[in-house]
Design a protein around this ligand. Structure first.
Ligand code: 13P
Ligand code: SF4
Length: 438
């Protein structure tokens, strides 16, 4: 059963008989019954009154910046169409477009969208997938904004990258904006200076997680820095430590902390930078003694996982294999059997030769899809509450049908374009990452 269908049922049954579902071993709670509605209900700013601006399910701590893109109104016909009708229309448009369009789907997308993807993968694999199709005029990215930006940077200028719903951002990526990072950089330069040490290392190297705006990737490109993903963060940090005395890591504190800790960096040498405070809330000596300065960012989906859930899984399923994403808090990663990117999780399950019970700490759409793909194993999400990524949720088959049918008519809607001057430096940082691969 897809995550969407499960949310619809929970919402209905909450009013009727949740107890019956519980007895049948079905999930009985969602973080927001509003997720059962069409995402177009939240396309207008006013419609978000009482709901965090990232949409239903987003944590209230996630404050969307004023400049967060808004999606205009989806034409009525797509809102009213049944799934069956949208299915026929999407398949027909895909057929007409043929190799002119390629659809990319991130692991966290709903099943109702993933079924149309030509490539399914993590953010890095999808960026590469775009490169394998230089013949395609349009790359329809069913993922979030930073992924579409990366595809635009890596694709040819003739190719148009389309994000079916412009409101599909990433609250974590938005936690580090270019101005705040520039301000932080200036303060750090004042403390560290710009002189290299005897080993030829600069005072600090900026490292940005793939989950960041193109502007921040460009910042890293301009300042001797690099991009990383959750699958290559260790290799990238090694690259950075060869060239720098310390690292400024943004926006995800957890990926930075978990990776550096596994490499032996003591927690005392990882101060946190809070952009709302002077010197990020640190004293000068703490910054001078640091090895990794962690930006105060987090993913609200992965923040939901906790040690109690792992303890419960171990009590309920002795021998359970607990795998979590490194965006989870450190205590969760420490309590799990292993931690790794979405691709790592997928490969770990694929490699299990004996029927195994897996408890997974990552986005629920991906976990449920893995459970359906590998029926020989028992696979469940550590979080018993169904809470998909609220921005990925913004992409619905209705938007996909709309952008595809517009393309058939020769119109490009929702194009994501990174300015040329930003592209150049951002590509430098991305290319350093590609070259740093083991
Ligand atoms: P991946 O880089 O593994 O695709 O993860 C992206 C993401 O948003 C994780 O929350
Ligand atoms: Fe961003 Fe978290 Fe959603 Fe990934 S799961 S896109 S980090 S909000």
């Amino acid at each position: 059963m897809s995550v969407n269908t499960a949310i619809q049922l929970i919402t209905r049954e909450q009013a009727e008989n949740a107890a019956k579902s519980a007895a049948a071993g079905k999930a009985t709670a969602t973080c927001s019954p509003a997720l059962a509605k069409g995402p177009w209900e939240y396309d207008l700013a006013e419609a978000l009154a009482g709901v965090p601006a990232y949409g239903p399910g987003a944590s209230n701590a996630d404050v969307a910046p004023a400049a967060t893109p808004r999606q205009g109104q989806l034409p009525e016909e797509y809102k009213l169409a049944s799934h069956g009708e949208l299915d026929v229309r999407i398949r027909a448009a895909k057929e007409k477009l043929g190799s002119r369009a390629v659809i990319l789907g991130h692991f966290y997308q709903r099943d109702e969208v993933i079924q149309y993807a030509d490539f399914v993968g993590d953010s890095f694999q999808l960026a590469n997938a775009a490169l394998t199709r230089p013949d395609a005029e349009a790359i329809i990215f069913c993922g979030v904004h930073f992924m579409a930006e990366t595809a635009d940077i890596l694709s040819t200028p003739e190719q148009a990258v389309i994000l079916p719903n412009l409101a599909a951002g990433c609250s974590m990526a938005d936690m580090a904006d270019a101005d705040s990072v520039e301000e932080c950089w200036e303060q750090l330069e004042e403390i560290f200076g710009t002189e290299k040490d005897d080993a030829g290392r600069v005072p600090v190297i900026p490292v940005t997680y793939m989950n960041s705006s193109a502007a921040l990737k460009a910042f890293c490109g301009r300042n001797g820095g690099i991009v990383c993903t959750s699958s290559n963060a260790k290799v990238v940090l090694e690259w950075a430590f060869e060239r720098g005395q310390r690292v400024l890591f943004f926006p995800d504190q957890h990926l930075g902390r978990n990776t550096a800790k596994a490499m032996g960096v003591p927690l005392e040498q990882m101060p946190m930078w809070n952009p709302r405070k002077e010197l990020g809330g640190n004293d000068e000596q703490a910054l001078l003694d640091s090895r990794v300065i962690l930006w105060h960012g987090f993913c609200s989906v992965h923040k939901r996982f906790n040690v109690g859930q792992i303890e419960k899984a171990r009590a309920d399923f002795p021998g359970v294999n607990v795998i979590v994403h490194p965006e989870c808090p450190m205590e969760v990663v420490d309590a799990a059997d292993s931690a790794g990117s979405t691709d790592f999780i997928k490969k770990a399950i694929a490699a299990a030769t004996e029927p195994t019970t897996f408890a997974i700490g990552t986005e629920v759409n991906m976990v449920n899809r893995l459970a359906a793909e590998y029926p020989q194993h028992t696979i469940f999400c550590l979080d018993p509450v169904i809470c998909p990524c609220s921005t990925m949720y913004r992409i619905h088959p209705g938007y996909l049908a709309w952008v595809l049918e517009e393309l058939v008519e020769g119109r490009i809607v929702n194009r994501i374009t990174v300015a040329d001057n930003v592209q150049e430096s951002a590509r430098t940082a991305l290319e350093r990452m590609l070259a740093a691969r083991p």
